[in-house]
Design a protein around this ligand. Structure first.
Ligand SMILES: NC(=O)c1ccc[n+]([C@@H]2O[C@H](COP(=O)([O-])OP(=O)(O)OC[C@H]3O[C@@H](n4cnc5c(N)ncnc54)[C@H](O)[C@@H]3O)[C@@H](O)[C@H]2O)c1
Ligand SMILES: O=P(O)(O)OC[C@H](O)CO
Length: 297
């Protein structure tokens, strides 16, 4: 919707039967500048393709369609770590489409806000500086302001890891542990995010930008966030709609494996992994976090 302000956009989906009013984006009518198609070869004629799939669905999608996507500019919006390969979306794309230029678009941004034309700032990460600069210009609009970086690892880990911490923040609020507990989770969670990202080759300053701290702030403080709401339901012991995309749940499991492998201490992320697979109660999680050995900040 935002990019159609710059010119014609083709929107591909497996099922376009819903027409110009997608139930996943209530209250938004797709503008006429958007052409809808369920024909992937037709859509994939474009030079730049934005892939807006959940992180755990991207690998399967690429297994079916990678040959049609190669040698393009491929921009992923997914915020997660693939559970089977333990890599981010940029690696999945680069492996499946070796001749493509891969980029990541991430940062604090609710789809509903962007579709309403509300001002939003994002990070465009591309290892190739020239391609990154061109994408930054092509994908910015008067209300969608893109900052660029070549640190793809940092940008995509910021987006993936903030979802895990947002679940923990939601648990704290849902369980009635209070705003002070949430602030502690956000701050110590940010330390965990930066620690793992640095071990995996990211620049710490990327984590302090829009894709990390920016998106962490948004997602831990807004009930618009599905990850936060899921955590809230967990904390309050209430049911949650299983059809809702909650990237942080699978990513917490991936992070548990990665952090063990890297020898990286991530107690909040580990707690989220255990809460989401029901192997720990909220009371036990809170007690365990508070009774860890005292340490320097
Ligand atoms: N919604 C937001 O506000 C927002 C903002 C920024 C980033 N993101 C990220 O973007 C990614 C997608 O999120 P979303 O909110 O659009 O998720 P969503 O679940 O609402 O929509 C994903 C769509 O992908 C489709 N899909 C799933 N598997 C597919 C496949 N194999 N082939 C074709 N289509 C398939 C689903 O049918 C669904 O329509 C996530 O990683 C999310 O974290 C979302
Ligand atoms: O609804 P969430 O929790 O998936 O968050 C959406 C975006 O990632 C916010 O930047």
């Amino acid at each position: 919707v935002a990019l159609s302000a710059n010119g014609p956009v083709t929107l591909w989906a497996r099922d376009t039967g819903w027409g110009r009013a997608n139930p996943r984006l209530p209250g938004v009518t797709l503008p006429d500048a958007i052409r809808l198609t369920d024909d992937l070869p037709d859509a994939a004629r474009a030079d730049t393709l934005l892939l807006a799939l959940p992180a755990q669905a991207l690998g399967g999608f690429l297994a079916d369609h990678a040959a049609r996507l190669d040698a393009r500019h491929l921009v992923s919006t997914a915020k997660g770590i693939d559970l089977s390969k333990l890599t981010g979306p940029s690696t999945l794309l680069a492996e499946a489409c070796p001749r493509a230029t891969v980029a990541v678009l991430t940062g604090p941004s609710f789809a509903a806000d962007i579709a309403r034309g509300l001002p939003t700032a994002l990070t465009l990460a591309c290892a190739d500086p020239e391609a990154g600069r061109a994408l930054q210009h092509d994908l910015s609009t008067p209300v969608l302001r893109l900052y660029r970086t070549t640190d793809v690892t940092g940008a995509e880990l910021g987006g993936a890891l903030k979802n895990v911490i947002a679940i923990a923040a939601g648990v704290a609020i849902g369980a009635g542990l209070g705003d002070s507990a949430r602030a502690a989770i956000v701050t110590r969670g940010f330390a965990e995010m930066t620690r793992l990202a640095a071990r995996l080759g990211a620049r710490p300053e990327t984590l302090a930008g829009l894709s990390g701290l920016g998106d962490l702030t948004l997602t831990c403080t807004s009930v618009q966030s599905r990850n936060f709401r899921y955590g809230q339901a967990l904390g309050a012991r209430q049911p949650f709609d299983a059809a809702t995309t909650v990237e942080g749940a699978a990513t917490a499991r991936a992070v548990a494996v990665l952090s063990r492998r890297m020898g990286c201490d991530m107690p909040i992320a580990a707690m989220v992994a255990r809460l989401t697979d029901n192997s720990m109660t909220v009371d036990d999680a809170a007690q365990q976090l508070m009774t860890r050995p005292l340490k320097e900040e």
